[in-house]
Design a protein around this ligand. Sequence first.
Ligand code: URA
Length: 193
Amino acid sequence: MSKILIDIRNRVISCVNCSLSKSRTNAVPGIGNEKSDVIFVGEAPGRNEDLQGKPFVGTAGQILSEALEFAGFTRDQVYITNVVKCRPPNNRQPNTEERDACRSFLSEELKIIKPKIICILGNTAYSSLLDGNSITKNRGKLVKNNDQLYFVTVHPAAIIYNPALRQVLKDDFVLLAQTLDKLRKGLDVEISK
Ligand code: URA
């Protein structure tokens, strides 16, 4: 891991920028391949992530891994992180203050890794990164903002409540993999307006 990513990781682990630092067991820095062309961004750690200090290791993580494998990715190949690095109590959504307190960590991760595509997992990442209310209009699509490409899909935890979304996530990841492949080859990709 590069020095700068280790430095971010250490600052996340010791962060006391918001009150979530008082209730967390562990802060959860991003994990994975810093040379990845794609970064997956979730909402915030859940219970298992808080206990282990790693992102997406609980039920939502298993669903994420399954969909990644379906599309030909391995977890080691990609970089996985969250908008907010500490677990909000009772798994509530992180509030504006908590997102703002954590914002610089994600910005730094993105600046260092410079992914071709940022894959947005669900509404919290969507509103934090693209300022949108609901992913519905752009789900399964590639969006460009300030010269950065984003691919928008459902949060893996949504599948726990709506099993029909399992195949949606898998198919979206296949499309994401195909899009990355085209970008690597310098081919045109379809960008949603
Ligand atoms: N949900 C998230 O958004 N992130 C995790 O790391 C785990 C569950």
